[in-house]
Design a protein around this ligand. Structure first.
Ligand code: ADP
Length: 461
């Protein structure tokens, strides 16, 4: 008798190497253990004291503190997987999570990469090919061509006029909020292109650029998807991540406030359909700008995201477990009709940084008190005595709340923030407390520029 997908899935792997650090390494380890899988934790020299190292089945130091020599060292990670007998690698977010060459190397080593195929990562990692794939799949995109900008000045000018100023010039290989330039009017066009092209060449190794309409007051709304290897894809509702400083998300919520189901529904369905068209596997996020009632695709993240917990709390789906099960080859155990989103959730990113200057703050946590109670979740790897090192991202914890309504979730977050104490290092907690007292934020539907404007006003006061 031929094996069913469920029978063969169980054999695919029983040990997972977690190629990451910090809160997400702890989160993935929990998901693996709950699924009965063994874990291999890795660390750099700076992270030898990581608590998830103690609870892993194996714990290997793979290199020096600088990420380039440890968490980004593909050969060292593959060697660790071989030594520890791992059958799969979970890349988490950041580091190698969206590196198509790494996904390919993992599969070539006979291991499972817990994520989409290398070719999906490559298609979505190039913003022009991603836009083209989304346009073909019927996902609404920002007005502008799905091709790279040509060299002839006259053609470029014509494209800008057709789109209409202001336009934005973006690097096809850009990421992390870099490699973009807004052009308000025609006489600044060529200089902006020359500067962005040079930047793109240096930072992303490719001078390829494209142009699209610059939306002036959008919100950042994203859609979480999960797919299996058997032609099933569902979307798990939406999130609003408009509270950004320097294009970095600070607070996220689910669902996005004030968006009627009949407006979001077709977009969510188009995302799930697009996944099927491109043969996508695992979890992913479609990011959109939303302005005047319309959605415009900007990019797809082909990995687990920092803000996945707000969707977990509203949908009741354990996204990390679902991701691992999809990589094992299991059939998705929910259909679109099963997905219901209840209540409202907020996530605050707690960073080791000065609350006024936002400069990173390293050192030993001398005292830690974390909030607890109904509807409160804390994802973290730190404890009293933990040494926050200066080598990595400053995220030390995520504080997540869930309540029946947005107003109740805000009140719950205020209480949770009041009950969070971190001493020995500076954190952005005072800033988050002030933000959750803000009237316009409480009203909801603020745009992506709101936080920067709010900070400017606060400084001026
Ligand atoms: P990255 O990969 O660097 O994060 P994105 O394409 O996701 O780049 O864009 C990052 C941010 O830049 C968006 O959240 C938004 O704030 C801004 N942005 C990008 N494209 C546009 C656009 N067409 N109009 C207005 N703002 C944009």
């Amino acid at each position: 008798m031929p094996e069913t997908p469920e029978q063969s899935a169980a054999d695919r792997f029983d040990t997972v190497l977690i190629a990451n650090r910090g809160e997400i390494a702890a989160r993935i380890q929990r998901a693996c253990r709950e699924l009965g899988l063994k874990t291999v934790a890795i660390c750099s020299e700076a992270d030898r004291q990581a608590p998830y190292g103690k609870t892993a089945d194996s714990f290997l130091c793979i290199g020096p503190s600088t990420a380039a020599k440890s968490y980004l060292n593909q050969d060292a990670i593959l060697l660790a997987a071989r030594l520890a007998g791992a059958g799969a690698i979970h890349p988490g977010y950041g580091f190698l999570s969206e590196n198509a060459a790494f996904a390919d190397a993992v599969e070539k080593a006979g291991l499972t990469f817990i994520g989409p195929t290398a070719s999906s990562i490559a298609t979505m990692g190039d913003k022009i090919s991603a836009k083209r794939a989304m346009m073909m799949a019927g996902v609404p995109c920002v007005p502008g061509p799905d091709t790279a900008l040509p060299d002839e000045p006259a053609t470029i000018e014509r494209i800008a006029l057709e789109i209409g100023y202001p336009v934005i010039i973006k690097a096809a290989g850009g990421g992390g909020g870099r490699g973009m330039r807004v052009v308000p009017k025609a006489d600044l066009l060529h200089e902006a292109i020359a500067l962005t092209r040079e930047e793109a060449r240096k930072a992303f190794g490719s001078p390829s650029l494209y142009m699209e309409k610059f939306l002036e007051h959008p919100r950042h709304i994203e859609i979480q998807v999960i797919c299996d290897d058997h032609g099933n894809a569902v979307w798990l509702g939406h999130r609003d991540c408009s509270m950004q400083r320097r294009h970095q998300k600070v607070v996220e919520e689910a669902p996005a406030a004030g968006i009627a189901p009949d407006i979001i529904q077709p977009v969510g369905l188009a995302c799930a359909e697009a996944c099927l068209q491109i043969g996508y596997r695992g979890v992913g996020t479609f990011e959109f700008l939303y302005e005047d009632g319309a959605f415009y695709f900007i990019e797809m993240n082909t990995r687990l995201q920092v803000e996945h917990p707000v969707t977990e709390l509203t949908s009741g789906v354990d996204i990390v477990q679902a991701q691992i099960r999809a990589a094992q080859g299991h059939v998705l155990d929910l259909t679109q009709g099963d997905v219901t989103c209840e209540g409202h959730s907020f996530e605050c990113r707690i960073n080791a940084e000065d609350p006024e200057t936002f400069l990173p703050s390293a050192g030993v946590v001398t005292h830690l008190a974390l909030p607890a109670g109904p509807g409160i979740r804390v994802d973290t790897h730190i404890h009293a005595g933990y040494k926050v090192s200066p080598y990595y991202d400053s995220l030390i914890a995520k504080l997540i709340v869930h309540a029946p309504t947005r107003a109740e979730a805000m009140a719950r977050m205020r209480e949770a923030l009041a009950g969070t104490e971190v001493e020995g290092i500076s954190t952005n907690i005072p800033f988050l407390r002030a933000l959750f007292e803000d009237g316009a934020f409480a009203q909801g539907e603020t745009d992506i520029h709101y936080l920067e404007q709010w900070l400017k006003l606060r400084r001026a006061a």
